[in-house]
Design a protein around this ligand. Sequence first.
Ligand SMILES: [Zn+2]
Length: 219
Amino acid sequence: MSGKITEKIPYGFVKHEKYDVVVMDSEKMESVKLMFSLCLDGMSLGQIKNVIESQGIEYPAKYKKDKIVGWSLAEIRKILSDPIYGDERYSVIAKEELEIAKRMLTLNTRVIGKRMEVSALVGIAVCKECGSFLVEKSVSTRGRTYLYYICGKNKKGKGCSMHKIAVQELDEKVLEEMRKEIGDREVFRCKGLTREIAIGYLKYVSIDSAGNIKVIWNT
Ligand SMILES: [Zn+2]
């Protein structure tokens, strides 16, 4: 996109006062960044809608002039799927983040309870057998809740096998691999694998049913 106006302007951009180009509306772009960060944390579209509405984030009003209708899930999805926000010229979000956001939309994740975000490898860890992304499953026994990654296809009841692995176990394995391969301080200093670090460094992590991993790095 050259910046010239050819079609409907994406949320967060406005038409320049004088020239036939679009420029960023920094306040709205902050809202876009928030939406992406909530999506990357694993919130569902409905949860994202609740947050942005509770913060009074301005609705793209010009599309529905007369009545206040609030955000629709389709509009939020449209923003989160628009490659323009990963365009280096605008540096709204990193390309890797855009890629994971796209995956999160297909995974229908939802942050449950008081947790602030999904486990580090959701949208990154892939079942080696069927190629589906692993998703979270929580299991409660004797008042304690344990978190696992399992094959997304299996969770939907569509076959494959469970590939169940404890979140902590897989996260530690991956972090260990990162420490071998990547010399960055951030990777050495963190106490555990965070979502931010995972998204920053890892393109995919493939896991077989025996728990062996293969990492594909972001380049
Ligand atoms: Zn599978």
